[in-house]
Design a protein around this ligand. Structure first.
Ligand code: AMP
Length: 278
């Protein structure tokens, strides 16, 4: 696996592959790798001849009081894991390569970005849409793979790629979980030994709501009860537990298509998010 730090080097590599008629897949990450990230590399490898993994902790998606400085960074381990998973190229640019000092353009996806996560992290999706649109344009891959773990992010990226006519197919990959159901996340390492077993309660709570909603129950009281149970289980703040339309993320009506249960809650220093299909 070759490691490159500049957009020009990545584009040269892609041009070489294109001359050999190879197709290209892209897997953007912020590192702190776990099996969830590697599943995206595997999926990209099934859908394309060459896989570019990217490693960039994107300052634009963190607010001043979030964990940008503390975010887990271990490039050596991440490189080894990407290589073992079959990536052909790692693009790990320095901040100035992505955001030169005179960079002023932002990509804002209206509507979707202001719901749910957007209410609690107002800068977040504009930061994500800006960096992902840049990566998609820089790599001009045939496919790009993102995790359903960040379900709203996946919908925002799909909409952004469509609205900007970026000719890359956006693929969603299923959430990889720990043995007790906790969704794998780079931020799970913020959980203490005591908090870790309780964290799985988030997945069990939203799974119960998904099951009952599919059987015809009214989701609103179920979501309220789940939020109370999470608080009783030691979560210090529940940002939301809600059932939404799987595509628009507006409030769910069972007659109008598939639903998605989404939740975000704080356990100690970790803000956990998760979602499941109804
Ligand atoms: P991150 O490094 O957290 O920005 O995530 C990079 C990519 O990995 C995003 O597309 C995430 O949705 C995806 N991802 C993170 N956790 C998981 C997981 N547990 N299962 C599958 N994909 C994941």
């Amino acid at each position: 696996m070759k490691i490159v730090r500049s957009i020009a080097e990545m584009r040269d590599m892609v041009a070489d592959w294109r001359r050999m008629d190879a197709t290209v897949g892209l897997v953007p990450t912020m590192g702190g790798l776990h099996a969830g990230h590697l599943s995206l590399v595997h999926m990209a490898g099934e859908r394309s001849d060459k896989v570019i993994a990217t490693l960039f902790v994107n300052p634009a998606q963190f607010s001043a009081d979030e964990d940008f400085d503390a975010y887990p960074r271990n490039e050596d381990d991440d490189c080894r894991m990407f290589e073992e998973a079959g990536a052909s190229l790692l693009f790990a640019p320095p901040i100035e390569e992505v955001y030169p000092a005179d960079h002023v353009t932002k990509v804002h996806v209206g509507g979707l970005s202001s719901l749910l996560e957007g209410e609690f992290r107002p800068q977040f999706f504009t930061g994500v849409a800006t960096v992902v649109s840049k990566l998609l344009i820089q790599a001009m891959a045939d496919v790009a793979v993102f995790g359903e773990k960040d379900y709203q992010q996946l919908q925002v990226i799909r909409r952004m790629a469509r609205d900007l006519d970026i000719p890359t197919e956006i693929i969603g990959a299923p959430t990889v979980r720990e043995h007790d159901g906790l969704a794998m996340s780079s931020r799970n390492r913020y959980l203490s030994e005591d908090e870790r077993p309780r964290a799985a309660k988030l997945f069990s709570a939203i799974s119960d709501i998904a099951r009952a909603t599919a059987e015809g129950a009214d989701p609103a009281p179920l979501c309220d009860a789940a939020a109370r149970q999470l608080t009783e289980a030691g979560f210090r703040e529940v940002d939301y537990v809600t059932v939404r339309d799987a595509k628009t993320l507006e409030h769910y009506r069972c007659s109008e298509g598939p639903g998605r249960v989404l939740a975000a809650a704080w356990l100690g220093k970790a803000r956990l998010i998760d979602n499941v299909a109804v």
